[in-house]
Design a protein around this ligand. Structure first.
Ligand code: UGY
Ligand code: MN
Length: 246
């Protein structure tokens, strides 16, 4: 059933809204029993990749030329290498430094979002160590004093790490208190609920399952609408000078 060429998806110079009706699956070297929906990549102007992987049971993710962050949306993934073996259940996440040999295998039919970025090394600073956690046990803090807008920071905010991944949870009616404009870019996956996202000079209805890429300096604002909380996973580059190493 087609919908006469209509979609909420929108591709603009400063942003991409990619809704599930426009997702196309692909594969990558080393990927077995799995496929990827690539939401953002350097081809779009981004300095990172973000993709959703749909695994069959025993499906495998291939290697990466970059740092890797993985967040389990459904099912469970076994991560082997880099000092051990562990299983990440739903809402579990892992950060694997660039160059660390590892394998990621689904222990059941699973879905995960993967973020990868080439590490921006600093002389005299060691790359951050691997991290594994469960979002359910990460403490949250209010954004700018608003208790209805909670942020969970999944990676350490230290110079060894050159990007951040946060979970942002909005109670119904909560909103960013300002339109943000900043040098950092974002990759955003809506996990729950929905609302209105302002991107540049456009206002979009968004809902769980949607992906958004925001270029550096893209004006951005979100207000949660609906009777359940809205929640998204958001990437941003961090801890580096815009001109490069210092
Ligand atoms: O961390 C951020 O920049 C975040 N507040 N941006 C956003 O939610 N669009
Ligand atoms: Mn922002």
């Amino acid at each position: 059933m087609h919908n006469l060429g209509m979609t909420r998806s929108s591709y603009q110079r400063t942003h991409l809204l990619q809704t599930p009706d426009t997702f196309i699956r692909t594969t990558m070297p080393g990927m077995k029993g799995a496929n990827a929906i690539v939401h953002t990549a350097p081809q779009l102007g981004a300095a990172f990749t973000e993709y959703t992987v749909e695994f069959e049971s025993a499906g495998v993710l291939g290697p990466t030329p970059a740092q890797r962050f993985v967040y389990v949306l459904e099912g469970a993934l076994k991560v082997e290498g880099n000092g051990g073996s562990r299983v990440l259940a739903q809402h579990g996440y892992g950060y694997i430094p660039q160059g660390a040999v590892h394998t990621i295998t689904a222990t059941e039919k699973s879905k995960a979002v993967v973020i990868e970025k080439k590490y921006a090394a600093l002389t005299g600073v060691a790359c951050g160590a691997a991290i594994y956690g469960d979002a359910a046990s990460v403490a949250s803090t209010s954004l700018m004093g608003d208790a209805d807008l909670q942020v969970q920071t999944l990676l350490p905010e230290s110079v060894e790490y050159d990007f951040a991944v946060n979970l942002m949870s909005y109670e119904p009616g909560a909103a960013l208190s300002m339109v943000e404009i900043h040098v950092m870019e974002h990759g955003l996956l809506m996990l729950e609920g929905g609302g209105i996202y302002r991107l540049d000079d456009c206002w979009y209805p968004v809902t769980a399952g949607d992906f958004i890429w925001m270029a550096p300096y893209c004006p951005q604002w979100f207000g949660a609408i609906g009777k359940t909380r809205a929640r998204y996973l958001i990437y941003k580059d961090s801890n580096r000078h815009p001109l490069g190493e210092v």
